[in-house]
Design a protein around this ligand. Structure first.
Ligand code: ATP
Length: 201
């Protein structure tokens, strides 16, 4: 059931499912987008809340020449090692949650529709923070093909990251609305418009 005057839409989906594409469309319709991937980048910046702890845990292998965290090196490391991944999550997630909650507080009562993009919404138990869960969905092979095609990841990296996340079905079980992105990109527009209209009816 969609509540009217909805506040926070939680947008999730598997890696490469189309979350950014859909959140860009919602931003174009007037939503304020908070992308937790970007917040997670901020908190490991040299002045960020999780920087020192990440350096301590992972050491020089993940530190670039200027003292910044080399996120690509860190990602390679944690996706090859489940224990390292869970350590990183334990360091970064609380800092992200604090920052996101502060932004949500600032926006509360302003009548703004907030889209909170959380790749691990289901895994991290963030469904409580949002009024409505939107899952962008496509088959895993399709997502892997798109990610490899965009040059962002190798097939092995993409498959490793798919294996590290909740299953497609686990995400779909938590969805209030599913955006089907198994087809061409231009099939998204009508679905996103229908969602926006339903939310603002
Ligand atoms: P990530 O999990 O890596 O942040 P994401 O879920 O935000 O990814 P996008 O970045 O929106 O996904 O999409 C992944 C790639 O697939 C991008 O290169 C995007 O341009 C492309 N893409 C998205 N939807 C489609 C589509 N329907 N058809 C073809 N390409 C698509």
């Amino acid at each position: 059931m969609i509540r009217s005057a909805i506040g926070v839409i939680g947008l999730t989906g598997g890696i490469g499912s189309g979350k950014t594409t859909v959140s860009d469309m919602l931003a174009g319709m007037g939503a304020v987008v908070i992308d937790t991937d970007l917040v997670a980048r901020d908190v490991v910046e040299p002045d960020g809340a999780a920087h020192a702890a990440v350096r301590r845990r992972f050491g020089p292998a993940v530190v670039g020449p200027g003292g910044e965290i080399d996120r690509a090196a860190l990602a390679r490391l944690v996706f090859a090692d489940p224990e390292a991944r869970s350590d990183l999550n334990a360091l970064v997630h609380p800092a992200v949650a604090t920052e996101v909650d502060a932004r949500l507080r600032e926006l509360a009562g302003t009548g703004t529709t907030v889209v909170l993009v959380v790749p691990l919404l289901v895994e991290a138990g963030w469904t409580d923070r949002v009024d409505h869960v939107v899952v962008v969905d496509c088959p895993e092979d399709t997502a892997v093909r798109r990610l490899v095609g965009s040059g962002r990841l190798t097939e092995r990296e993409a498959r490793q990251r798919v294996a590290a996340q909740a299953s497609r079905q686990e995400r779909l079980n938590r969805a209030d609305t599913v955006i089907d992105n198994s087809g061409p990109a231009d099939a998204l527009g009508p679905q996103v418009e229908a969602l926006w209209e339903a939310l603002h009816r």
